[in-house]
Design a protein around this ligand. Sequence first.
Ligand SMILES: [Fe+2]
Length: 291
Amino acid sequence: MEGKVDTKMLSKFEKAIDKARLILHNHTSLLRVGCRPRQLHMAKKTTPSKVQALYELCKKTFMPSATPHLSSQAVHSICSLLDTVSPSDVGLKEESPDDDRGLGIFGLNGLNRVARWAQPITYLDIYECDGFTMCIFCFPTSSVIPLHDHPGMTVFSRVLYGSLHVKAYDWIEPACFQEAKGPVRLAKLAVDEVLTPASGTSVLYPKSGGNLHSFTAVTPCAVLDILSPSYREDAGRKCTYYIDYPYSTFAAGNKAEITDEKEEHAWLAEVDTPDDLYMRSGIYAGPALQP
Ligand SMILES: [Fe+2]
């Protein structure tokens, strides 16, 4: 009797072991195809992550369809929450200027000094739908995202670590073109400053706040961006790149002669996507979103 019990127990035990092996096998298979352990871990958590809270707020604010004119209360709510986000909340480790690989947690060990100069800007996609995009850009020192626009969009930007120089323009309304020396359009400088985490969240709107901007990394830095609505070429929201010329370059003969603040005005000319824009996509390693 005792022997039979032992056999039964052994059989049960073996089945349990087999089951455990199967679970382990499936688990490691998931890992092999890219399911991140952090996602499995986060799924068990009951407290929503900061990113989850941000996602929920964006869904409430921008869905089902993105509102072109957000209430000041809605803007304030998103800014207040973004202001509290730290690098670790989105799976990033702060880069120090002495350790400039510009890749957040994806740093590559053993790079020599020459290779470091060639590091790309890393784009991390957190979430994207028609209504809004949540993403992160990780910049190595001196890297640049050239002047580009956000047609009809509102963009919230929060520097998570490091220092980022932002230069931003808005179009002069009504539109003022200069055709004589090529199709250039007049814009006014809206922002020209270095942003850090202490600067808080900055917001640009479809027609104000610096809808056309360029970024230059003063130190290794990362920016969490929320764009609404998302870029969609078929809906007329295509990203266009520009170069800026001082006002004096094309001012002669211009109908809308500007007498004051000439240094705050510039002519912008459309250009193709710059060849030297070196960007690659990385894997977002922060808490997974629960839809
Ligand atoms: Fe931008």
